[in-house]
Design a protein around this ligand. Structure first.
Ligand code: SF4
Length: 77
């Protein structure tokens, strides 16, 4: 699957989600992912198998890194 196909799939799936983070949190999470050695194919977290562009948008998800989450904990709203 090409990165463009992944982007389209992620976009379609995210339209169905309501518990999502704002763009600041989303981009901050993705910044960690692009620097992370656990990111494979430029799209996928090797620990959970998720497309990071999808997982990072979901408020109820955490970074699954076995040494501890790399994403910042969300402040309770
Ligand atoms: S371990 Fe965390 S930071 Fe690394 S790719 Fe997976 S979700 Fe992203």
């Amino acid at each position: 699957m090409s990165n463009k196909e992944v982007d389209k799939l992620v976009e379609e799936q995210l339209m169905l989600e309501i518990d999502v983070v704002d763009d600041n949190v989303y981009n901050e999470r993705l910044e960690h992912c692009v620097e992370c050695p656990s990111l494979v194919y430029d799209t996928t977290c090797s620990h959970c198998g998720c497309f990071v562009k999808y997982r990072a948008k979901l408020a109820y998800k955490e970074c699954p890194h076995p040494k501890g989450p790399k994403w910042k904990k969300l402040q309770p709203s």
